[in-house]
Ligand binder design. Sequence first.
Ligand SMILES: Cc1cc2nc3c(=O)[nH]c(=O)nc-3n(C[C@H](O)[C@H](O)[C@H](O)COP(=O)(O)O)c2cc1C
Length: 216
Amino acid sequence: MQSQRIFTTQEQQLLEELLVHRRDVRGNHFLKKSIPREVIDKLIKAALAAPSVGYSQPWEFVLIQDQKTKQAIKKTFSEETQRATLQFTDQKQKEYNALKLEGIIEAPLNIAVFYKPKNGPVLGQTSMPDMGKYSVVCAIQNMWLMARSLNIGMGWVSILDPEKVKKVLHAPSENQLIGYLCFGYTDMFYNQPELELRKWDRKKLQNEVVINEKYQ
Ligand SMILES: Cc1cc2nc3c(=O)[nH]c(=O)nc-3n(C[C@H](O)[C@H](O)[C@H](O)COP(=O)(O)O)c2cc1C
């Protein structure tokens, strides 16, 4: 048994810094510089350190660097964007159209993250079947934070048709797309969410989202 690791106040502050300075990075800020293999491995290792329901580790990661594959994914983004625009009206539609909401082509590395369901029952997932998918989200968050610690930007793209993404990547039919992620070195990181900066939405206050004991 290894002796337990105790973190110093300074180390705790470092985690706080990482949490505060993690950002969603979009196409206009990615640099062309490619991510070395050993750095990609660090991102994957971070994902594999995530918690998972019943220790099921129900994840698979497709590393994409081929421009042709990225272009095929970008096609579904463009189609879905057209559909998305129609769901907003007036000023909000104008604002939506002005946003850059992905960096599929610009990011040197894309990673598609899949949930791979297990045959048979999973410990802990017997009452709430979505727990496996939430485990995959934990893995994605680990990658996001690890990337930020390496000064690499990550952007999560969800304006995609998951079935089309699966088709492009020849994914097994049982796999479910959880996240399509874009990674790359960046020219800058915003100090606050870009959507907050652009006044798309405001940050919720703690007292708006924390309930004491019970809802009224
Ligand atoms: C599940 C999920 C899906 C997201 N999908 C998109 C997306 O399709 N396009 C985009 O520009 N940002 C996407 N984002 C990023 C959010 O817009 C971003 O996290 C939020 O605005 C807060 O900004 P920050 O991550 O820089 O703090 C996604 C984030 C999450 C957690």
